[in-house]
Write a protein that binds this ligand. Structure first.
Ligand code: NOJ
Ligand code: CA
Length: 494
């Protein structure tokens, strides 16, 4: 039986607010993405993942959802979504949408009803608790964004739990009504034809029932697997659709519990995004990922960047060297069994932007004074020219920096040696060479600071992928392959 499509897909994350604005308000939107589908097709990805575009007050960039079954007017209308989906499918691109089940927005009608009347049934959808005798919050849990995870509801005097911003109250997944509501939400989008869901904070839906102190009690409780089994049942009624869970745990052994034939098909492996550009680190993490995830019912995910992380060109040192290393790392991982999740603008070699304090929008910045995640969320520079760089005719919601002129799409398009052309070539070769290869990864002897593996096809043909993580040239002994500093070579045999 052929492997399902999601098992070895290249999925491109579109940060909806920052991809393409179609109406000059400075905010990316669905019609903008629609118009850019040919770019994505030409880039050579298999699927796109759209970050939340649902009605939201945008306290956390749309991860605070006020209505799960509609489109925020800033991003368009449901008809725009349908049109985008239809054309993506016509081009052979699959579409993942984001689902945010851990929390809603404070502006969701459920939460509004819950605070308006503490005896309303909606109150039971959330986690309200009385404070301690001294008036302090019910326990010591901290918000991921800084400060207490509890905010006092002034009307009732009780506190509500929010593992993220105070504008994102957590739902009570021990309440069966929450399950019912989310089954309907999944069906709403499945019926429209989405190919899958990226599940936000998939590890955090259940908290310790007794709400004991200690951050280990705030998430990653085994009860959550019941939800993924239930959701998988719904999804499987629709054929070959897929889930990818954002299981934000750096311990990949724990992440592995979330996936399997009756749970999620895949989960992001953030341990990969934590690796330094170093041969030993890559070998250790990749080996363990393959052991844990390369099995029936799941496959590894390779994630180097996303809208919450420092862009990997920057993490790997920045500048020309950072870009070279970033490309080498991608070219190495993308040849392995499993799915690669790319983040928009990495194909341009973009680095983290230094967003000035007055322009920042991330709640992390407002809650803690730390720079936050805006630096990886700046809009896509399509053109080297113009204030809006082809992204908008208006004022972009986050400012461009000098990279926009230097790395814009139109500066790299058709230019040999550009990062964009290197990505296109890499993805073209992947489509051409990888599908027939066996899933087994055989490590080869490699010089110090280098890694090499081979994957072989049934007809004997094989692909050797070798990466030189050092700043000096190296030579792979067998097969003999010359490796420039900080580059990955794909070498065909047979
Ligand atoms: C993970 C999302 O990727 C992030 O952007 C968001 O702030 C949190 N979940 C809360 O929804
Ligand atoms: Ca717009």
């Amino acid at each position: 039986m052929a492997d399902p499509w999601w098992r070895d897909a290249v999925v491109y994350e579109i940060y909806v607010r920052s991809f393409q604005d179609s109406n000059g308000d400075g905010i990316g939107d669905l019609a903008g993405i629609h118009a850019r589908l040919p770019y994505l097709k030409r880039l050579g990805v298999d699927a796109i993942w759209l970050t939340p575009f649902y009605p939201s007050p945008m306290h956390d960039a749309g991860y605070d959802v006020a209505d799960y079954c509609d489109v925020d007017p800033r991003f368009g209308r449901l008809e725009d979504f349908d049109a985008l989906l239809a054309d993506a499918h016509a081009l052979g691109l699959r579409v993942f949408v984001d689902v945010v089940p851990n929390h809603t927005s404070i502006e969701h009608p459920w939460f509004r009803a819950a605070v308006a009347d503490p005896s309303a049934p909606e109150r039971e959808l959330y986690l309200f608790r009385p404070g301690r005798a001294d008036g302090s919050p019910p326990n010591d849990w901290q918000s991921v964004f800084g400060g207490s995870a509890w905010t006092r509801d002034e009307t009732s005097g009780e506190f509500y739990l929010h593992l993220f911003d105070s504008s994102q109250p957590d739902l009570d997944w021990r309440n069966p009504v929450v399950h019912e509501r989310f089954r309907d939400i999944l069906r709403f989008w499945l019926d429209r034809g989405v190919d899958g869901f990226r599940i936000d904070v998939a590890h955090a839906l259940y908290k310790d029932a007794a709400m004991r102190d200690g951050k280990e009690n705030a998430w990653d409780q085994d009860e959550v697997f019941g939800v993924w089994e239930e959701w998988r049942g719904v999804l499987d009624e629709y054929g070959d659709r897929s889930f990818v869970g954002e299981v934000f745990l750096y311990d990949m052994d724990r992440v592995a519990r979330y996936v399997g034939p009756t749970r999620l098909q895949q989960a992001f492996n953030f341990s990969i995004a934590k690796m330094p550009f170093d041969a030993e680190a890559f070998r250790a993490k990749v080996t363990r990922s393959l052991e844990l995830f390369e099995r029936d019912g799941t496959s590894p995910t390779w994630v180097l960047s996303n809208h919450d992380l420092i862009r990997h060109a920057t993490r790997f040192g920045g500048g020309e060297a950072g870009r070279r290393r970033a490309l080498a790392a991608t070219a190495f991982l993308i040849a392995l069994p499993g799915s690669a999740y790319l983040f928009q603008e990495e194909e341009l070699g973009l680095e983290q932007s230094d967003v000035p304090p007055e322009a920042r929008q991330d709640p992390i910045w407002f809650r803690t004074g730390e720079a936050g995640r805006d630096g990886c969320r700046t809009p896509m520079p399509w053109s080297a020219n113009g204030d809006g760089h082809g992204f908008t005719t208006g004022k972009p919601w986050l400012p461009f920096d000098d990279q926009a002129a230097a790395l814009a799409v139109d500066k790299q398009d058709g230019v040999a040696g550009s990062t964009l052309e290197a990505y296109r070539e890499l993805l073209r070769r992947r489509r051409e060479l990888v599908p027939g290869l066996g899933r087994e990864v055989a490590w080869l002897d490699a010089p110090d600071g280098c890694l090499a593996f081979r994957r072989t096809a049934a007809d004997g043909r094989s692909l050797v992928v070798a990466t030189n993580f050092t700043a000096e040239p190296r030579t792979l002994p067998q097969p003999v392959v010359t490796l420039d500093p900080e580059t990955t070579v794909w070498h065909l045999e047979g």
